[in-house]
Design a protein around this ligand. Structure first.
Ligand code: SF4
Ligand code: SF4
Ligand code: SF4
Length: 261
């Protein structure tokens, strides 16, 4: 195993890139005894889709406080730590201003209610994800069965190529051991370790047991998920009936998160 770790680090020139090998080695050292992936139980109840997609009705959010319960539900369930030091921040879902979320869709005289609305942003589970192409170890990958972009924390060597490749800032790096930053640990979901990248997993562990994502449950109907390729799915109905936008659409990543504005 040790030889494998050394070979991986050597192969991708981690130290030559200026990335400290210590967190990477720590990550590997700690992987024993710390399950790093959700224990996905595949059962008859599992919710399935060819490509999972999300539609967020932003008209239902008026202030950043409206988003707090949604963010809290996700972060608590997934053991996302909270640190005072912004440099150590880990985010799976967070609120963003319109101009940051949609820099290519701003105009000088933008409708005020849209401009001042808070926007939830998260991994877009892109149909054409540049993060997966950038990953040298296949630690992040697009699951063929349902299009969710997942992480295998055991394979992550902390090179952060995926972070550089993601145009949405959807990934966070654990610069430190995240566990001290978890106020109340959820023992049903694994914690991560120093030196690995993490992000929203579209609640794969919930879908696998027939449950909707935590953010959907906490949103009072403002967030819907479904199969993008099922013409009868709720998300397809919403896309048909409403004008929606996606983040940085021109890049060709094909985000699977749609916003009703
Ligand atoms: S939003 Fe970023 S991290 Fe998520 S799939 Fe797209 S490129 Fe990858
Ligand atoms: S940091 Fe990102 S690119 Fe590097 S191994 Fe981990 S998932 Fe892959
Ligand atoms: S889909 Fe799940 S993991 Fe992703 S933001 Fe929503 S609650 Fe968090």
């Amino acid at each position: 195993m040790e030889r494998t770790r050394r070979n991986i680090l050597k192969l991708f020139g981690i130290t030559a890139l200026g990335v400290s090998a210590k967190p990477v080695l720590n990550a590997f050292a700690k992987e024993q005894g710390h399950p790093a992936e959700p224990q996905i139980r595949k059962g008859e109840k599992a919710l399935k889709a060819k490509q999972w997609a999300m539609v967020i009705d932003t008209r239902q959010f008026h202030s950043a406080h409206d988003l707090d319960p949604i963010i809290e539900a996700c972060h608590h369930a997934h053991n996302v730590p909270a640190f005072e030091n912004k440099n150590h921040e880990i985010k799976w879902i967070w609120d963003e201003k319109y101009h940051h979320a949609f820099p290519n869709k701003t105009t000088k005289f933008l409708n005020e209610s849209v401009e001042h609305r808070p926007f939830l942003v998260l991994c877009n589970h892109c149909e054409n994800p540049p993060c997966c192409r950038a990953c040298p170890t296949k630690a992040t990958f697009k699951r063929e069965s349902d299009g969710i972009v997942l992480m295998d924390f055991h394979r992550c060597i902390g090179c952060r190529f995926c972070m550089a490749a993601c145009p949405y800032g959807s990934r966070s790096f654990n610069f430190r051991d995240p566990r001290p930053g978890i106020a109340e640990q959820n023992d049903q979901f694994p914690t991560r370790m120093k030196g690995v990248v993490e992000k929203c997993n579209f609640c794969a562990e919930r879908l696998a047991v027939g449950e909707l994502p935590y953010c959907v449950k906490a949103s009072n109907g403002a967030i819907k998920v479904g199969d993008l390729y099922d013409p009868d799915s709720e998300v397809r109905q919403l896309l048909k009936e409403n004008y929606t936008i996606r983040r940085k659409q021109a890049l060709g990543t094909e985000p699977s998160v749609y916003y009703i504005v």
